[in-house]
Ligand binder design. Structure first.
Ligand SMILES: Nc1ncnc2c1ncn2[C@@H]1O[C@H](COP(=O)(O)OP(=O)(O)O)[C@@H](O)[C@H]1O
Ligand SMILES: [Mg+2]
Length: 216
């Protein structure tokens, strides 16, 4: 049984990478072979002559088997800014990403792809994360950081996913703001207003691998 998901978020820094790692761990716990992909990453360091990004390295490490860094992160940009700005010299190409994506899909039962930024984050001068998701054409998982303003961002993103004719397999509530007191009420407010199922709620955690899905 092969499954692939595309992980997007209501914003940057909402918990997409942690959710991607937790999903990978979840499927590994079911004895499935799992790989991850972070096709476009801004904010890289040069390691052994290659630009590499912390999210992509964590995703590479979580994989059931070793795959070349450039396969899972073909577009790695030095500056920690939007890909269309960071990648001016080497703009992200959907064709390259799709070809790597197909290779990775063939190597494992499960492939989890982490986007960059939010749904309409520009990838290059003409395309966005939404166009990337349409090209990959797999179910979407939306990560929502539970904080003031997230209800609006979540509902806007659900609508945009629907407008792209893609299926939202569900959403993950990430409680990464320890000072926000209205977590349950906020999660309930989103639940009431969307048909996408809440897949998991990640409590405030110290590390990304502490989270357990209920059926693990
Ligand atoms: N469940 C959590 N509990 C506490 N902090 C979290 C949690 N999930 C994410 N974080 C924090 O939020 C930051 C952003 O998460 P990350 O997964 O890197 O977001 P994104 O990939 O969307 O940019 C992380 O550096 C981490 O410190
Ligand atoms: Mg990330």
């Amino acid at each position: 049984m092969k499954k692939t998901y595309f992980v997007t978020g209501t914003d940057t820094n909402v918990g997409k990478t942690w959710a991607t790692l937790a999903l990978m761990q979840h499927f590994k716990n079911q004895n499935l072979s799992v790989l991850g992909m972070k096709p476009v990453a801004s904010g890289c360091e040069k390691i052994n002559g290659e630009w590499q990004n912390d999210d992509a390295l964590a995703i590479q490490k979580m994989g059931s088997q070793f795959v070349d860094y450039s396969l899972l992160n073909p577009f790695a940009y030095e500056l920690p800014i939007s890909p269309h700005l960071a990648g001016k010299e080497n703009p992200a190409k959907l064709e390259t990403i799709f070809s790597n994506f197909q290779t990775l899909q063939n190597l494992a039962d499960i492939l989890i792809v982490e986007g960059a930024g939010g749904w309409y984050a520009p990838l290059n001068e003409t395309e966005t994360i939404a166009n990337l998701a349409q090209t990959l054409n797999v179910p979407i998982i939306l990560v929502v950081a539970i904080k003031l303003g997230c209800i609006n961002h979540a509902l806007l993103t659900f609508e945009a996913i629907q407008n792209a004719n893609l299926h939202c397999a569900g959403w993950i509530a990430v409680c990464n703001d320890a000072d926000f007191d209205y977590v349950d009420l906020t999660i309930e407010s989103i639940k009431k207003r969307t048909t996408a199922p809440l897949i998991a709620t990640f409590p405030y955690l110290e590390t990304s691998t502490e989270f357990n899905f209920e059926n693990d």
